[in-house]
Design a protein around this ligand. Structure first.
Ligand SMILES: [Zn+2]
Ligand SMILES: [Zn+2]
Length: 134
């Protein structure tokens, strides 16, 4: 598997669980600053408590610990994480990435990570309602 994809997988999976943890009563204090605006813009990707950056990047650390380090692929994955994160917070980018993360800002207790993870763990917005209709 390409290391860039591998690093992204680790990042996304850990990010999902860390983000869910940040929405618990005990840790929401750290994450609250990121949810100041219901309709964020691109720069709000970086509008986080300084503690949140290492917490949500644990997955990359685990990937580097368990697998070989390829600097170019690591830099590519970090670039993708940043560009994707910025775009996920910008309403003008909905046509490219959808509104999955924008809905997280609007409804808070859903859409914690990438769509496929929210789908698997049943936290995608509206999924529960769709399941009940089937
Ligand atoms: Zn959040
Ligand atoms: Zn956000």
């Amino acid at each position: 598997m390409d290391k860039t994809i591998l690093y992204l997988l680790y990042y996304d999976i850990f990010y999902y669980f860390m983000h869910r943890l940040l929405h618990t009563k005990m840790f929401y204090l750290i994450h609250k600053i990121h949810h100041k605006k219901q309709i964020p813009d691109y720069f709000d990707f970086y509008n986080v408590d300084i503690v949140e950056i290492p917490i949500t990047s644990v997955g990359l650390g685990v990937a580097l610990y368990l697998h070989e380090i390829y600097v170019y692929q690591l830099l590519c994955s970090i670039l993708i994480i940043n560009v994707r994160g910025v775009m996920a917070h910008e309403t003008n980018c909905v046509f490219l990435l959808g509104d999955h993360h924008l809905d997280h800002h609007k409804y808070i207790y859903c859409n914690y990570g990438e769509y496929w993870l929210d789908y698997i763990f049943d936290t995608a917005r509206g999924r529960q309602a769709r399941i009940n209709q089937e």
